[in-house]
Write a new protein. Structure first.
Length: 143
């Protein structure tokens, strides 16, 4: 199974992504893009995408970027992340773009950015740095 296939199979099991209408746009070794469309059900009281939704997209993008570099049979879990919200999340579509900064045997370090997209512009909304754990040999935890 290719790295992309492993990530896509895992992504399909993550029901929160389906609930939020998020899709796996692109995955390659050390990189991941998760996208979603604006939907009123994802907003806070001012009509902007809720910070929790933003963090969820960025966390999953970081996780799958890291997972794409892990050995077959491993699983991924977030240990820590920090999110910076730079502007209100207003747009037609959104993309969380993540990459691995430093892979390790047991821990991977990642960074990601969320962009608000319209037909004629792309604006940086938020960033995340994340630390992900390589999990092996744990019953009930799979990739």
């Amino acid at each position: 199974m290719t790295v992309e296939d492993r990530v896509r199979v895992s992504f399909q099991r993550q029901t929160v992504m389906q609930t939020l209408g998020m899709i796996l746009v692109e995955v390659k070794e050390g990189e991941c893009i998760i996208g979603f469309d604006y939907a009123e059900k994802l907003t806070q009281q001012h009509g902007f995408i809720h910070a929790g939704v933003i963090a969820t997209a960025l966390d999953s993008a970081c996780g799958y970027a890291a997972y794409s570099m892990m050995p077959e049979g491993a699983a991924v879990l977030s240990i820590e992340f920090k999110t910076n919200l730079m502007r209100p999340a207003k747009g037609e579509r959104f993309e969380a773009r993540a990459r691995v900064v430093k892979p390790g045997r047991t821990v991977h370090f990642t960074e990601a950015s969320l962009f608000a997209l319209t037909d004629d512009s792309e604006k940086l909304v938020a960033t995340m740095t994340g630390t992900l754990m390589v999990v092996t040999g744990r019953e009930g935890i799979q990739g």
